[in-house]
Design a binder for this molecule. Structure first.
Ligand code: OAD
Length: 249
């Protein structure tokens, strides 16, 4: 499935960085963004996951997130998540950058995890001047009740700690992710359609900085031609095979 060159480069790497997207969680039962489905009641998810929708109707947006919490709560990491945790344990330096908000990498044992788009199990105050806005905290209620939940500090509405459409990513989080891409000797991009920036640019940055760049995705993507190697396979099968070939036995 993987070339000898890829395996050797992975074994020799001092620093490995991985970028994942929704496809890595597909085998756990999480729907991808650009696949089938995507309507909740009669709403497009993209019209509810916005600051404007929350300002207009915070209760409706929280109903949507309660639905997503119910969907995600019972799901478990798949062999792809576990293989990346094993890779983290085997590699001298490692960072996992994910666009996923589902927490499955952490449940699988990821330690140096950079969550570009936040985490659905965290909340923060929606008022940017409140100190809680900069200090997300865990909330595992399924469902969250009552909605919208209130901030204990200022009484404002709490919101999910996720990046919504039309919002900027946290510049510090992006900076850490970009540094990890540039410093890596081996870069894996798995389960992302690689159309949303800045994540989509990271594999190219890594390649320009000298890393061996490997893509794992059942489909070819816009990134595929620019990779050192592009393997068309599901990550739950391919990632365990890769880690076993490089570090097993
Ligand atoms: P997409 O839904 O755009 O892409 C999912 C990718 O996973 C596709 O390229 C599929 O071919 C691939 N895929 C499907 N099954 C797979 C499997 N078993 N193994 C490996 N790959 C598989 O999801 P993302 O690229 O994550 O942002 O989307 C990026 C961002 O767009 C999301 O984080 C979200 C959305 O806007 C925010 O919510 C801010």
């Amino acid at each position: 499935m993987f070339s000898r060159e890829a395996i050797t480069a992975l074994q020799a790497a001092r620093s490995v960085t991985v970028l994942t997207g929704a496809g890595v969680s597909a085998e756990s039962g999480v729907p991808t963004f650009r696949g089938a489905g995507g309507l909740w009641r009669n709403y497009q998810a993209t019209s509810l996951a916005t600051p404007e929708a929350f300002a207009k109707d915070p209760e409706l947006v929280w109903e949507f997130y309660n639905y997503r919490r119910e969907l995600l709560a019972p799901l478990k990491p798949n062999p792809g998540h576990f293989a990346l945790a094993a890779l983290e344990a085997a590699a001298p330096g490692f960072a996992l950058v994910t666009q996923n908000i589902d927490n499955l990498h952490r449940i699988a044992g990821a330690k140096n995890l950079i969550e570009l788009h936040g985490n659905i199990w965290q909340v923060r105050c929606s008022d940017p001047v409140c100190e809680s806005a900069a200090a997300p905290r865990e909330n595992r209620e399924v469902p969250v009740s009552p909605i919208p939940p209130r901030c204990g500090i200022c009484g404002g509405h709490l919101r999910p700690h996720v990046v919504w459409f039309g919002e900027m990513l946290d510049p510090e989080v992006i900076g850490t992710a970009i540094r990890a891409a540039e410093e890596s000797d081996f870069f894996i991009v798995a389960g992302t359609s690689a159309v949303v920036q800045p994540a989509a640019g990271m594999p190219l940055l890594a390649r320009r900085a000298g890393a061996f760049v490997l893509e794992v995705n059942p489909e070819r993507t816009d990134l595929s031609p620019a990779m050192n190697e592009s393997v068309q396979a599901a990550s739950g099968e391919a990632l365990p095979t890769l880690v076993e070939a490089a570090f097993g036995g």
